[in-house]
Design a protein around this ligand. Structure first.
Ligand SMILES: [Zn+2]
Length: 154
């Protein structure tokens, strides 16, 4: 997956893949153990000084790396990122590092970090907040300042 530019994998599929290749079937939902597996991947990647492969693993329902990404920052000795979208952007940059490091064919411009398509869609849909218009001064009809008291008419 790191060998293909902008390729991602969802936790569920990765869990399936882990079980298939190890020939060990877990008796409980992947949610109970995939975090631990990924943590080992984070440690190993860090030991090898490779970019964090776990940045490529996103949640199926929202395209986010989610809480699991904390381990990447922690192991790298970076401060935690509390803002959700900032964390996702950090992961996007890490993914680009992965594609570069693991030999993906990059576009001629070298590629750029990208959110998971599902998340990007949601972010693009969010409109900037519409400012509430302030009423005009009944006397001079200029828009009243935040204080509600007209600058010209007092
Ligand atoms: Zn006025």
């Amino acid at each position: 997956m790191a060998g293909t530019y902008r390729d991602l994998i969802v936790y569920r599929d990765l869990a399936e893949e882990v079980q298939r290749t190890s020939d060990v079937r877990a008796s409980v939902s992947f949610r109970h153990w995939i975090g631990k597996v990924l943590y080992l991947v984070v440690l190993e990647g860090h030991r090898r000084a490779e970019p964090p492969l776990t940045a490529l693993v996103v949640r199926r329902h929202d395209g986010r790396v989610g809480e699991g990404y904390k381990a990447v920052l922690e192991v790298a000795g970076e401060p935690p990122i509390t803002d959700d979208l900032a964390r996702e952007r950090h992961a996007s940059a890490a993914r680009l590092d992965c594609y570069r490091h693991f030999g993906a064919t990059l576009p001629p411009d070298g590629g750029s970090p990208a959110l998971a398509p599902l998340l990007q869609q949601r972010v693009s849909k969010q409109r900037p907040p519409v400012p509430t218009p302030r009423p005009p001064c009944p006397n001079c009809f200029l828009q009243l300042p935040r204080t509600g008291v007209c600058d010209s008419c007092g």
